[in-house]
Ligand binder design. Structure first.
Ligand code: EZ4
Ligand code: CO
Length: 404
């Protein structure tokens, strides 16, 4: 008799920030954990799961990851969307966790086995000005990082994306209603090349440097920035322009050899079809939690591999340690892994999600635990109730709504 799903429960907790977690239990006592966190829209995913998805899972064979994924995707009739895809991802992650535990092996062994000794990650350095950012990058270098994302405040702007008060634990969401940022592409475009000129002088040529424009530029502005940054050979320029209009990247691509990364807000490979097929990007930033789970992510990665596109999975603190752990299994196994984003979670978060993954000399390793190797401490989580929080919104200097 096949193992069956007995029940599934959704937990919303806030150990420093909000997380939504799914726990699926089988009749054999094995359980799997999935991350269902969608920053600023947590309760919508929790409801989607408990009101609409969990009832369909009871009695199913948890080994049927492909059929259950298709059931939840095709079977809903309504397709895509971040709430839906995050909910499906949580189920998929939890089922792969169960599969690994039942077979007593880490998930990476079910995806082709390790293709490398570890997963190169990049940390987040930021500062209010160039000097402070340079110091922060040097700190990451001293901690053994091989790659660092650098963001700096912009003169004339009171706040900028990527620059936080807390240097160690960057957190963009804020309790209460959405905070407001002010933006000027003109000021930003003057500042960023100066930052990277200084960084190359002080940090040398070996360190991989990355930068996130966070959807704020128009394609021709992004092209200008990419060209200006060429002497400093960035690992990538991220989210140079919003990607709903995938053809916009043709303009950037025509003008610069700076490698391009995009996709942290994509929920399906359909969002990147033109970008990948026309080789308009170099790194796909989708990851398991918002991309629908392991089942579709490995297919997206395979499609990317056919077009010289590597992965650079999203790994900010609003993705729980469950996503981080799960992503590392995919990173370790697929042939076209590029780099993994890594923002450290707070000690409160790490305590609620005990995990097998470890950091050493600039690399993360998922560990040897069966499944994805990340657990969930329900009793501890219950001590941190949900608190409403939002990402900021962003306006131009004249008040016009812009992209955050
Ligand atoms: O703004 O995860 O590359 N990383 C990022 C993140 C995102 C947040 C949004 O929830 O852009 O900081
Ligand atoms: Co980003």
């Amino acid at each position: 008799m096949a193992m069956t799903i007995r029940d599934a429960q959704v937990f919303v907790c806030s150990p420093g920030r909000n997380f939504v977690t799914l726990k699926i239990r089988t009749d054999e006592g094995i359980y799997g954990i999935g991350d269902a966190t969608l920053n600023g829209r947590e309760l919508a995913v929790a409801s989607y799961l408990s009101d609409h998805v969990v009832p369909c899972l009871i009695g199913r064979d948890p080994f049927q990851t492909e059929d259950i994924w298709q059931y939840l995707y095709r079977g809903a009739y309504w397709r895509k969307g971040p709430v839906t895809m995050t909910a499906i991802a949580a189920v998929d992650m939890a089922l792969w966790d169960i599969k690994g535990k039942a077979l007593d092996t880490p998930i990476y062994n079910l995806l082709g086995g390790p293709s490398r000794s570890g997963v190169m990650v990049y940390g987040h350095a930021n500062g209010r000005d160039i000097a402070e950012t340079v110091d922060e990058v040097a700190r990451y270098q001293a901690d053994g990082y091989l790659a660092v994302r650098a963001q700096s405040g912009v003169p004339g702007l009171p706040s900028t994306y990527g620059v936080s008060g807390d240097k160690l634990f960057y957190e963009p969401a804020a309790r209460g209603l959405p905070p407001e940022n002010v933006w000027s592409s003109e000021k930003y475009l003057l500042q960023v090349p100066k930052l990277f000129e200084r960084l190359r002088l002080t940090c040398g040529d070996d360190l991989h440097l990355l930068h996130d424009a966070h959807h704020r530029l128009k394609p021709i502005e992004a092209a200008r920035l990419g060209r200006a940054l060429e002497p400093y050979h960035l690992f990538w320029l991220e989210d140079a322009t919003p990607a709903e209009l995938q053809e916009g990247f043709r303009i950037i691509r025509q003008h610069t050899t700076t490698p391009l990364a995009v996709g942290e807000i994509f929920d399906s490979v359909w969002d990147a079809r033109t970008l990948i097929a026309e080789q308009l990007i170099d790194y796909l930033r989708m990851t398991v939690v918002h991309g629908g789970g392991i089942t579709p992510i490995v297919k997206a990665a395979a499609f990317a591999a056919m077009h010289h596109v590597q992965t650079g999975f999203h790994g900010a603190t609003d993705l729980s340690p469950v996503t981080m752990g799960t992503a590392l299994h995919v990173d370790l196994a697929i042939p076209n892994f590029g780099i993994q984003e890594y923002m450290r979670h707070t000690p409160e978060t790490d305590a609620v999600f005990p995990h097998a993954y470890t950091f050493e000399r600039g690399m993360l390793h998922p560990g040897q635990a069966p499944g994805h190797g990340v657990d969930f401490d329900e009793a501890l989580a219950a001590r941190y109730p949900y608190e409403r929080a939002y990402l900021p919104i962003n306006r131009r200097l004249d008040g016009t709504m812009w992209n955050w």
